[in-house]
Each structure stands twice: as structure tokens, then as C-alpha cells.
Design a protein. Sequence first.
Length: 117
Amino acid sequence: VQLQASGGGSVQAGGSLKLSCKAQRMIWSTFVQSPMAWYRQAPGKQRELVATFASGGTTNYRDSVKGRFTMSRDNSKKTWYLHMNSLEPEDTAIYYCNVEIGSQDYWGRGTLVTVSS
């Protein structure tokens, strides 16, 4: 299993970005059954959970991004997305996607999001 994260970039406060996490070497049934999460790590800080997407489609978000970030999934492309709107400088971080399959954790390499004020 490999996760390919992309979509990061530099934007001004108030802007938007869409992150993608494409699952490779994963059969479709495993993809749709696996819970997925986005984490982020800002400079000098610990990695934190941003949002989760349960296999059934239920999503949860950390309080600081509620109403601004939305997760979605495209089963045909085996890709999860994190739609980020109204970005704030505090959202600046490297964003990682994570999938849990059984007892195994898989991580993407991370994509950098920089938000300037």
C-alpha cells in the first residue's frame, strides 16, 4: 500500500486549497472499507489530527477547522480529498494522509501548505 499526497501550495489568508491522497497498490474493496485521516505538523509542533473519514462516510474535524475544511472520497479514483477554505496562517503545516488497515498504519509523504497573512 502506498499513499500519494498532493495539492499543497502557498496561498494568502482566506484562500483555498484541495489536498488529495491517492491510494496505490490497494484493492478497491480495501479502499472503501478503510478509515482515513488527515494529520498536520506545523514547524516546532507535534503532529495533530485534522480530520477523519470513516469507511461508512462519517467525517469528523478538529474544532479549529470545522466549517472550513471538508473531506470527501472518490471511490472510482481511490482517492480521498481535503477541501480547505478560508485558510488561516495557523493552518500552515505539512499535511499527511493516513490509512489504517487492520493493525497497520500507512502514511503518505506529506504535502506542504503555507498560508500567508
